[in-house]
Design a protein around this ligand. Structure first.
Ligand code: NAD
Length: 360
């Protein structure tokens, strides 16, 4: 029976890379009935809504989606549609592997890191108070009265909620996945020395959860700023990381940088029974519609999706095809060539064609 999967092309370079990934996934021979849905700027143009209910309903019904990146204007405008999808569907675990592939320019070789980022709360909860608004002034007054600390009156405020519930479930998820994948070590990353009631709670909860996994995997703790430095100096000392939302977002981009950049960094957003697969990168508007960018991150997100729907051999076949095309270095996009202006670089579609050829 065919798997029914929601397909959201995305904005900017989204359509280029998601279509390339869809073609590669189909070429593995796994039977998939794609249900196309829209979200983001393209949805706003078509139906006046950034995140139509029909799109959320499609994901809820099919349980799995492949989604291209979507744009979000910085400071003002709407809140990120990507974050809204994760919140609406309670996709609480963001999984981002950072793996070295031969042929990708990078400072390090043989990196194989797995990042588990909490996806539902922290400074991404979307609870913000704009500078100068009456409710912001009222909140500042209330905080000053309660904390006996001063806040400048011209401040904007973003709230950072971190709960035991959400911390426990992401840490449990990370342990379960890491052990299933026969990984050796899980490091919890935090800033508990400064934010005792949020990061401190995350760390204490992680320690509690870790007691259930004693003897099964090494458990370590690291402070986020030190972790950033350690990762760029000695990335091979680490294996799996579990982090609150903001640190997870930042350090997963850092880890993507360690293995050659956003063009090769896949991701998954997973909840109790729903999952949305997407590249770590955004919609790179300057390259929109140019058939130029690297489809690897999106195709590798498809590999994660195939594993999730228990199509392991197709997933391995597709990952090997991607690996071989990159290692050969012939039919690859500009970012995988020795220089970005290399005239032998191929487009997004042509790189996907080369991967598909290897699958035959
Ligand atoms: P971006 O990831 O879109 O692009 C940054 C740069 O990385 C690009 O200019 C390009 O040089 C490079 N790059 C990205 N993807 C690439 C690829 N596949 N191949 C080769 N090079 C690639 O980040 P940005 O410019 O900060 O954000 C653009 C928009 O995307 C913003 O609106 C942002 O909010 C949004 N965004 C969306 C998602 C998502 O959909 N999940 C994630 C991140 C950012």
């Amino acid at each position: 029976m065919a798997h029914k999967i929601t397909f959201i092309p995305g904005d900017g370079i989204g359509t280029d890379v998601s279509t390339a990934a869809q073609r590669c996934i189909d070429a593995t021979g796994v039977k998939i009935e794609w249900e196309e849905a829209i979200a983001g700027l393209s949805a706003q143009e078509k139906c006046g809504e950034l995140l139509p209910q029909a799109t959320l309903d499609s994901i809820k019904k099919n349980k799995v989606a492949l989604k291209g990146p979507m744009g979000t204007p910085i400071g003002g405008g709407f809140r990120s549609v990507n974050v809204a999808i994760r919140h609406a569907l309670d996709l609480y675990a963001c999984v981002r592997p950072a793996k070295s592939y031969i042929g990708v320019k990078s400072y390090f070789k043989d990196i194989d890191l797995l990042i588990f980022r909490e996806n539902s709360e922290d400074l991404y909860a979307g609870i913000e108070f704009e500078e100068g608004k009456p409710e912001t002034k009222a909140l500042i007054a209330q905080i000053e009265a309660g904390s006996k600390k001063k806040i400048r009156p011209d401040s904007g405020i973003s709230i950072k909620p971190i709960s035991i519930t959400a911390s426990a479930r992401i840490v449990k998820f990370a342990f379960e996945q890491a052990i299933n994948l026969k990984r050796k070590k899980l490091t919890v990353v935090h800033k508990a020395n400064i934010m005792k009631f949020t990061d401190g709670l995350f760390l204490r909860t992680a320690r509690e959860v870790a007691k259930n996994y004693e003897g099964k995997i090494i458990f370590e703790e690291a402070i986020v700023d030190n972790m950033a430095m350690q990762l760029v100096q000695k990335p091979h000392n680490y294996d799996c990381l579990v982090l609150p939302n903001l640190y997870g977002d930042i350090l997963s981009d850092l880890c993507a940088g360690l293995v050659g950049g956003l063009g090769v960094a896949p991701g998954a957003n997973i909840g109790d029974d729903l999952a949305v697969f997407e590249a770590v990168h955004g919609s790179a508007p300057k390259y929109a519609g140019l058939n130029k960018v690297n489809p690897t991150a999106m195709i590798l997100s498809g590999v994660l999706m195939l594993r999730y729907i228990k199509e392991e051999s197709a997933a391995q076949k597709l990952e090997n095809a991607v690996k071989d095309v990159i290692a050969e270095g012939k039919f690859v996009t500009y970012d995988l060539k020795p220089t970005p202006t290399d005239p032998s670089a191929v487009g997004t579609r042509e790189m996907a064609d080369a991967i598909i050829k290897r699958l035959k």
